[in-house]
Design a protein around this ligand. Sequence first.
Ligand code: HEC
Ligand code: HEC
Length: 698
Amino acid sequence: MRAALLALVVVVAAVGSAEASAHKRFARKHGVECIECHDSPEGGGPRNLIGQYYQATSELPVDRSPATMRIVESAVDRWLLDLLGKPPTIRFRHTALTDLAEAPAPARTQAAPHEVLRRLSFDLRGVQPTERELRDLEGGKSLDAFVDDFLASEDFAKTFTLYHKDIIRPRTGIFNTPVSFSRLGIVQVDGAQVFMSEAVRGERERGGCDRSNVVAVSPWWDRAQQLKVCRETAKTDATVSVGGKTLRCDTEEGQASGQCGCGKNLVHCYVDGIKDPIITSMKNEMANLAMQVVLEDRPYGELVTADWTMLDGKLEVFYGKLWGGQSDIADPDAKKPWRKVERPGRHAGVLSSPAMLNFFYNGRRWAQRTLESFMCHETTPDFDLLDDAIDAGHTIAVPYRDSPDLMPSQTVTEGRACAACHLQLDAVARVKDRWDYFGRYYDVMPGSRPLPIPQQAVFEGTVVDGVDGLGKALAGSEVFHDCVVTQAWEHMLGHRFLPHETPTRRALVAQFRADNLSFKRLLKAIAQTPEYQAKESLKLMRRELYQRSMARVTDVSWKIGDKTGWDIYYDKVGGMDYRKIEFRDVRPGIGHSLAQKKGAAESCSIFVDREAKRARKERLWLSAVDTLSDKTVSDKVLDEALARLFARATARPWSSVSDEEKNVVRALFRKVAAAHGGEDGWRAVCTAVLASTDFAVY
Ligand code: HEC
Ligand code: HEC
């Protein structure tokens, strides 16, 4: 029998693993139930050893004796390691810098210094220049000096946190895991609400505790609070002994024993409603890591190589649960501020952050995001790439698996229709095979057979090992350097590089490298290019810019009820569909300018109300005007007010405003003031300027 089976294995090895398709057919063909091959009686999902053997050999084992099953197991293992042991090649269409198309540069006009200043101010810190900065510019301060100031400002950090959130924008996630181990329920003790861990056996069986056993604990999610908690729930033992075995209380097993309490500050327990803040922190972790790199002016490649990350008090507890070691947290406190934390060397900056692994929760999503965010490559069907690979005699099928404990399958790269995209994705996914979607890492397959998990792929002709290996290779690659420069360019110019910008692109990438990948210096270098400083390179504001710049001009935050007007009106334009929202941002339509006009009118209205109530020398804008309701201000006072409005709102010196334009706003004030009074006159000119195209483009 054993010989027969070995013979069978050999034959199949020669044929290779046959295509496993129509699974119900397997069952019918062999006259067996789904459970013969699947863990679940309903079929689908993980395969058991027999199913794995079937996948490897297209045969069912002849018998199920222990001896045969040992051979079955080793045949499966060999097949698995053989299949996954060959590093797949990461393929995507990419044009090297030297091969990029070129085109003659169009005619450009150098923009006026105040126009460049306004542009820089928006791009680098998300708000317009102040009146004072405008005066400094006129007094001879250089644009370079402004750039240095802007890069050092707090608004720079805010603006580029948002920039990085956008680059690594999380979409969905699967948080089918609670924030900590055991849920706290509420029991009534003498009419008072008392918390009890649903995992503590003694108290659970008694249905709670009596008054003499209620203690006060300050919980990790709100240390200022004193929660009434049953005594056994409040226990802080790090370990318990169950049936002669020592169990850690910061593990599923320890908590399931019913002997463990909630630990220090109830760190092993949670109440409902604290998951959303954790998810928010998870989303911020990646951008905070990026900003730490930028603010410390570290080589930007650390974004994809760092062995450290940024954690706050919430993530410390949550990751303590995922990674183990919750008991070692010295002072569990959700409100602890963000700080830098070292991680093991297998990490790779954002690439191995739990957020990246969870929000893009399988290898393919993770791969898509990695390609998009760090290689500037969108995965679309690419039949040329497919044919080129096939013509070169390469196999395009990449065995893929969803998680470290699942068997690989290659069905998705077998057919052309799917392979046209998936040959780009599935090889990238290979390097993260040791990570599950919670960010836990496994050297070997979890479960009963501790096989090593292959995690190599070929990137740019070199074998890279794991996420860490890919991150390091990326950080040193032209692909990544060019991508970073392209993203920054897009932020500052409003479009990706065009063929006539190729020489600038090459120069910027070379400079970025010479500057040891300093992101701040990259921004500065872009700011100095003739393209950036051209009058023609205008962009249109987006939601955040409108919101922040109008608020700075008027010192009014546009509210409707308890929400900001921008959230209510601007978001209506795109609905909830992120694709549409992205599209709306890129090509704003009618709704876009409606939101600008409404925001301008409502902000200006409140602005003037408040100006009217302020003492004259405390006014932000109308300090030249005696009484705001006065409809007959002198020409001199009117011009002084309008000059300040132009400076505040559009960073334009009055001397740069044409007579024609001046006459339009003067007439507007006169007309509205005559009909409705001075305050409405001021509201009208404020609205006209904030709602203008000049305000929206920069
Ligand atoms: C003889 C073994 C065998 C039997 C019996 C079997 N399957 Fe499968 N099944 C497999 C293998 C092997 C795969 C993986 C094929 C691949 O991905 O290449 C699979 C994959 C699947 C998949 C694909 C999705 C996934 O989770 O990977 C579904 C769905 C499925 N089986 C359903 C069923 C159902 C329903 C039955 C019972 C009617 C059944 N199978 C019986 C071997 C079997
Ligand atoms: C246009 C490119 C494209 C084509 C064509 C394509 N895919 Fe995908 N596929 C993707 C991307 C991108 C992802 C990862 C993002 C996601 O899951 O949303 C993905 C993910 C997947 C996943 C994992 C999804 C999950 O959440 O579990 C499976 C399975 C899959 N594709 C199967 C297929 C199959 C089968 C075909 C052919 C019928 C196919 N794909 C064709 C781009 C493509």
